[in-house]
Write a protein that binds this ligand. Structure first.
Ligand SMILES: O=C([O-])C(=O)C[C@H](O)[C@@H](O)C(=O)[O-]
Ligand SMILES: [Mg+2]
Length: 418
């Protein structure tokens, strides 16, 4: 199974004005779609970030993988390491520091997923079986709520409407739960002063009794603020995600609060695990195969977390169906991933490069696709349309802060802010 061609296609799709500690989502989100083609005519799919510098590295590395066998993942990793070689400016999407290891892992990931897709197709088994087999038939996801504007400035309101206070957040939760059946809720915070976000969690707790809740302000709070908020939300939160920056700050908060802390910001590469576990900074790690080096390396991280008694959930950035399929196979094969995963899928509102049918939500969970490999099929017409959108949209890298400053020139993404 020799790699003969690799197609790398950047795409853009509509994204609503979702607010976060860094600013607001731009009207278009970017991704890169990777197709690996073998000498036997099998094609495997991968999906990764679409930011220009990252896209350039993905393109450069694709050339270096031609001629390799799809099983030669260690050689692939070594070749990509030699090319990436240094830190790529890749702070995409509030996922903590950029360092050399993480840059390599981010570039390797879509190729690894595509090779696993091919290996599954060649042997007639789903990717979950290549990762050790299913421990669950369907992967639960949470309703991922965002404060949001009714529309991008100058445009008509989108169908989700505005969510600028607790009533809007409760209404948004109802909409997503009615449509997808989610049984857990995550609120993206770090947008408004903490008391406003405490009120939103309390309103959700009242409106959806018994439904597990998380709050994620993306390190917008000081240690003191984090401890205060955590005590006010005792009994309402399943876990508190990245209240404050850095492992040392998280450890101070963790020692003083009643609920576990989760992260996709202070532990983002293997070297962060020893200090985080030694200082008991976190109780939950949010896995993300897009920057933890693909599915197999993510499984290794999960095994390490198991050894250190850490629970797991899964992180997401705006993504399409290839990512959702890969996330679902990985989560289904990860025994200690017991918390519902994050997904931005509802915000993409049906836009996809994957043909409909293989990925569905049943009571908030995605049944693991049964077909060989990832179990999904690329929609080439949709890929062409989204690639054209990429060419025309004028955005080359995600920049929530600059976009926000167009409408609010005094906005600062400084963290911690409160
Ligand atoms: O859990 C997280 O930190 C995220 O999902 C980061 C994302 O960038 C999120 O904040 C977003 O989409 O704005
Ligand atoms: Mg987070």
């Amino acid at each position: 199974m020799i790699i003969r061609q690799i197609h790398v296609t950047p795409v853009a799709f509509r994204d609503p004005p979702l607010l976060n500690a860094a600013g607001v989502h731009e009207p278009w989100a970017l991704r890169t779609i990777v197709e690996v083609v073998t000498d036997e005519g099998l094609t495997g799919l991968g999906e990764t970030y679409g930011d220009l510098v990252h896209l350039g590295k993905v393109r450069e590395c694709a050339q270096a993988l031609i001629g390799l066998d799809v099983h030669a993942l260690n050689t692939m990793y070594a070749r990509i390491s030699a090319i990436v070689g240094n830190v790529v400016n890749d702070r995409h999407g509030l996922t903590g520091v950029a360092n050399k290891e993480k840059s390599i892992d981010r570039v390797f990931s879509p190729f690894e997923v595509a090779c696993l897709d091919i290996r599954g197709k060649a042997t007639g088994v789903p990717v979950v079986d290549l990762l050790g087999g299913k421990v669950r038939d369907a992967v639960p996801y949470s309703a991922y709520l965002f404060y949001k504007w009714a529309a991008h400035p100058g445009e008509d309101p989108d169908r989700f409407g505005a969510a600028l206070d607790e009533a809007g957040i409760v209404e948004q939760a109802r909409l997503l739960i009615d449509e997808y059946g989610f049984e857990s809720i995550k609120l993206k915070g770090g947008v408004y002063p903490p008391d406003q976000e405490i009120a939103a969690i309390q309103a959700l707790h009242e409106a959806f009794p018994g439904v597990p809740l998380r709050l994620d302000p993306n390190a917008a709070w000081t240690v003191e603020t984090s401890i205060r908020v955590a005590h006010e939300l005792d009994g309402a939160l399943q876990y508190l995600e990245d209240p404050t920056p850095e492992i040392a700050g998280m450890a101070q908060v963790a020692a003083a609060v009643p609920m576990p802390l989760a992260t996709n910001m202070c532990v983002v590469t293997p070297e962060h695990l020893p200090p985080a576990t030694a200082s008991h900074a976190i109780g939950v790690l949010l896995l993300d195969h897009h920057y933890w080096g693909g599915l197999v390396r993510s499984s290794h991280i999960a095994a390490m977390c198991d050894a250190f008694g850490l629970a797991m959930s899964m992180h997401s950035n705006s993504h399409l169906g290839i990512s959702l399929a890969a996330m679902t196979h990985l989560a289904a094969a990860t025994p200690n991933l017991t918390f519902a995963c994050d997904t931005h899928t509802p915000w993409q509102d049906g836009q996809d490069v994957v043909k409909p049918g293989a990925l569905t939500f049943v009571n908030g969970a995605v049944p693991v696709p049964a077909g060989p490999g990832l179990g999904i099929e690329l929609d080439r017409d949709a890929l062409a349309v989204m690639n054209e959108q990429y060419e025309k949209c004028g955005i080359v890298a995600r920049d929530d802060t600059t976009y926000m400053q167009r409408f609010n020139p005094t906005f600062s993404a400084r963290r911690p802010r409160w």
